[in-house]
Write a protein that binds this ligand. Structure first.
Ligand code: 8YV
Length: 333
């Protein structure tokens, strides 16, 4: 058994960087020698460094940028980074491997909620939900009219999913029920048994798919290969009537190029739950009427956040018991 999976002879010293659901924090306090972040402020780099100098287990979130320098500066006692969240692009996995620090995440439990959010955004942007909502709240609605508040029907349109993993497939299943035709771009073609019920069409090249679909949903992780996967050149491939949906990571899109594209009406609209420099939003995005903007809330259900916390606990317990944690992240990119 590799040295890293060595049983602890004491309660692991755990530092949690953000507030987690109450039952999760209570259970952590029972099981671990834990320090919680009671006021929920995002850790500064200095606070992260201090935590990594002291903790045996760090439980961070997407708001903590844990780069190579921080990992190399960590104390020798740091053995596990048990991330609260499925995406681990904020953690330098290679540096962690070099220091023999195990990294875990929380896959599966946020799949359905995130896929629901994709459908919400598709409908919100095509049916102009928030434009209508604002009309009422701002007291500008003067009554129904045959040509008022028109949007677009999604049934019969082609949805192009970029990244057909757990979340991409959950999006496809929902989208089928709404009458969308499923197209996807993925490094590998899915087995026939997965493709067939979805009647999904695999596109080996993203560029070719972008030219042919009406709605694009980004559902891949952020890696060096997928950074700015939607750039100026690719936006120019999309039809003018197309919509772009992103619940994955803001850095998948060159946001400046997207703003320019929307301003020249290169595509019909975008619905974004994540941003390149979040929580900062490109100021010109705020001016555009054909854009839906949400504050990174794809997995924000009570149920998902509780289950994510339970996964963090399970990963720490199994690791501290001397075994490979169930959600170990391997540095495959
Ligand atoms: C989480 C997410 O809320 O899990 C992810 O990767 O993007 C979000 O749904 C966040 O990452 C928690 O750390």
């Amino acid at each position: 058994m590799p040295a890293r999976f060595r049983k602890f002879d004491h309660k692991p010293r755990v530092i949690v960087t953000r507030r987690l659901p109450q039952p999760v924090e209570t259970r952590m306090a029972e099981l671990f020698d834990v320090t919680l972040n009671l006021d929920d402020h995002p850790f500064t780099r200095a606070e992260l460094a201090a935590a990594m100098a002291e903790a045996e287990v760090l439980a961070p979130t997407v708001t903590d940028v844990i780069d190579g320098e921080l990992i190399r500066g960590a104390g020798p006692q740091l053995k596990l980074i048990a991330n609260f969240g499925v995406g681990v692009d904020h953690i330098d996995l290679k540096a962690a491997r070099e220091r023999d620090i195990t990294v875990t995440n929380t896959p599966g439990v946020l799949t359905d909620d995130t896929a629901d959010m994709v459908m919400t955004l598709i409908l919100a942007v095509t049916r102009r939900i928030f434009v209508g909502e604002r009309l009422i709240r701002e007291g500008r609605w003067t009554g129904w009219s045959p040509t008022g508040m028109l949007g677009h029907r999604i049934a019969g349109r082609r949805l192009g999913i970029v990244g057909m993993g757990r979340i991409g497939q959950a999006v496809a299943a929902r989208a089928r029920a709404f009458g969308l035709a499923i197209h996807y771009h993925n490094r590998h073609r899915l087995p026939k048994a997965v493709e067939a019920p979805l009647e999904a069409t695999w596109w080996p090249t993203l560029d070719a798919m972008l030219e042919r679909v009406d709605i694009v949903s980004l559902n891949c992780p952020e890696t060096p290969e997928t950074h700015h996967i939607i750039n100026d050149a690719r936006l120019r491939l999309m039809p003018r009537h197309a919509f772009l949906i992103n619940v994955a990571r803001g850095t998948l899109i060159d946001e400046a190029a997207l703003v320019a594209c929307l301003e020249r009406r290169g595509i019909a609209g975008a619905a974004l739950d994540v941003f390149e420099h979040e929580p900062r939003i490109h100021p010109r995005l705020l001016e555009l009427p054909n854009v839906v903007l949400l504050p990174h809330m794809g997995s924000a259900t009570y149920e998902a956040r509780q289950e994510m916390g339970e996964k963090v606990i399970t990963n720490i317990r199994v690791f501290a018991d001397g075994h490979r944690p169930p959600d170990q992240v391997l540095d495959l990119y």
